[in-house]
Design a protein around this ligand. Structure first.
Ligand code: GLV
Length: 310
């Protein structure tokens, strides 16, 4: 069995070790320098591969995504036919994302940004504390990542809702769905977390209209993809005071360009796409499980629906 690794070269060594620990007889070649006869490769492990490249490997049995979001793979409109694209679902990735979300939900709920700013100026001042049960947190997207984070935020006592394409039944989480459900969901949400896949239907979903539908003083946490947000609309909503603050982990262009207004904006916190990083030693278990299914002639878990885009 032969693996093709098509992602940042500095990540290759950890993946090589994790894969060879599970498939000791396999080959593991890093694109482009180590690639031999393209017909020899069975599985491609990828993150944002160059468009058209995967099609040049004629015998692939599976395309394994290094990320939960597969938009970087699906932009390639010449993907090989009939090769399953498999989305990463991994315990470490999911738990890491929930930690990031919990941290920022608590930050905004307890107004720690304001306190840290005051204490840095030696200002001793207290604000009224809001009952956790009255704090309305909302998740745009209740997939693998959104539902885990929503359950954990709900477990702390917050009033949690989620919006998704179809109705979801998650204990402790009020479900809104479909186009009609979006505005009522936004109207009640004081802390909004974006964890949607990036598709044609969700691109630009955080825009002038949807931001205006949030209550005055709402906060935004985007840990999905940069293009979910119309940057000019978010900046205008922050500057008008309608939106209190935003934590952004993802951007239209990454790394975020040095001259981007987000860097210096007093109401924006930028993190460098670290909300949750893939841990090879754990994610390789999921790959092993899927490869075994494919080798046994069965469909892999979490196969991407190319029409839906996730
Ligand atoms: C990271 O952005 C991922 O899609 O897992």
């Amino acid at each position: 069995m032969k693996f093709l690794f098509l992602s940042a070269a500095d990540k290759a060594q950890a993946w090589r070790e994790a894969i060879l620990a599970r498939f000791p007889d396999a080959g593991f070649d890093v694109w482009p320098d180590e690639i031999g006869d393209k017909a020899d490769y069975d599985y491609a492990i990828v993150w944002r591969p160059a468009a058209g490249e995967l099609r040049t490997f004629p015998n692939l049995k599976g395309i394994l995504s290094l990320g939960a979001g597969v938009d970087g793979i699906l932009v390639d409109d010449a993907l090989p036919d009939n090769v399953p694209v498999v989305r990463l679902v991994d315990r470490c990735l999911t738990e890491g994302m929930s930690e990031y979300v919990l941290y920022w939900v608590i930050h905004y709920h307890r107004r720690l940004g304001v306190y840290l700013n005051w204490t840095s100026q030696k200002i001793w001042k207290q604000m009224r504390q809001t009952d956790t049960r009255d704090r309305k947190v909302g998740f745009l997207g209740l997939g693998e990542l959104g539902s885990d984070a929503a359950k954990k935020v709900a477990a702390l006592g917050f009033d949690v809702a989620g919006w998704s394409r179809s109705e979801k039944k998650i204990e402790g989480v009020t479900s809104y769905h479909g186009e009609d459900g979006l505005t009522p969901f936004l109207n009640r949400t004081e802390i909004l977390i974006v964890l949607l896949p990036l598709t044609d239907a969700t691109r630009g979903i955080i825009n002038k209209e949807t931001l205006a539908a949030l209550p005055e003083g709402a906060s935004l946490i985007n840990c999905a993809r940069g293009p979910h947000v119309v940057d000019e609309d978010l900046l205008a909503a922050l500057d008008s005071g309608h939106i209190n603050a935003a934590t952004l982990d993802v951007f239209h262009t990454e790394p975020l360009p040095e001259d981007h207004p987000y860097w210096d904006h007093p109401k924006v916190t930028v993190t460098p796409h670290i909300a949750s990083l893939t841990v090879p030693s754990s994610a390789a278990d999921w790959m092993e499980e899927n490869i075994k299914l494919i080798e046994a002639g069965k469909p892999p878990l979490n196969t991407v629906d190319l029409k839906k885009g996730y």
